[in-house]
Design a protein around this ligand. Sequence first.
Ligand SMILES: NC(=O)c1ccc[n+]([C@@H]2O[C@H](COP(=O)([O-])OP(=O)(O)OC[C@H]3O[C@@H](n4cnc5c(N)ncnc54)[C@H](OP(=O)(O)O)[C@@H]3O)[C@@H](O)[C@H]2O)c1
Length: 228
Amino acid sequence: MNLLILGRGKTGSLVAEVAQERRHHVRIAGAKENADGAALSSDKLNDVATVIDFTAPHCILANIEACVKAGKNMVVGTTGWYKQIDHVRALVERHQTGFVFAPNFSIGVNLFFDAVRTAAAALRYEYSGQIFERHHAHKKDAPSGTAIALQGVIRESSGAAEDLEITSFREGEVVGLHEVVFESAADRIYLCHDAKSRRGFAEGAVRAAEWLAGKKGFYEFKDVWREL
Ligand SMILES: NC(=O)c1ccc[n+]([C@@H]2O[C@H](COP(=O)([O-])OP(=O)(O)OC[C@H]3O[C@@H](n4cnc5c(N)ncnc54)[C@H](OP(=O)(O)O)[C@@H]3O)[C@@H](O)[C@H]2O)c1
């Protein structure tokens, strides 16, 4: 496939590496090449099959709008835009493109979501719960998109009226650590996912782009990763 990777940062660079290993043709554009959407004009996107975005909250909506309006499929790893999700879904449906997004493209985290979904039954048995997330000091959004997704998984599966509190820590070079703790008077249940590197995110994103080829529709990775 001809892939355009947006973002030359920590994750985007690794996505490009993984995509090349999987024999895709890859172009990559960072902030400089894509100033004011310069990398997303219709002639620049002409031969691109799918755009994979790992950029930043300040530019993600403009990137999505340009690519979707040009009829391009997209895989979006960038977080911090989920309040606009209805707007983006409507845009994708109007332009009949394919779109996969996730706060976390790692298969391990998606397995972790399943474990948390099961353990969330604790909230129906006099347990309280808390979410903790730790990331490197350069991360721009807090709480992390993954922590917000954990809140949603727990809300849906437990039926609890209130969302669990999220506590965020920003320190050093932590790739991404998420903990869910359920506590009763009698005991504590700890669930933890600790990313050792960014490779899991990059592989998931490239495989999502492969899965999306020839498809239309608005998908979240947690609902499709089992089909990869
Ligand atoms: N879904 C997942 O699995 C997952 C995993 C990891 C990270 N993320 C998310 O992905 C995003 C990027 O994370 P990261 O750790 O890779 O951050 P990062 O290292 O800061 O990289 C972001 C890159 O985006 C570039 N950029 C900024 N504006 C741009 C634009 N208009 N067009 C193209 N590129 C632009 C920046 O380029 P310059 O350096 O040239 O300014 C920077 O290199 C964040 O939102 C993060 O939360 C998601």
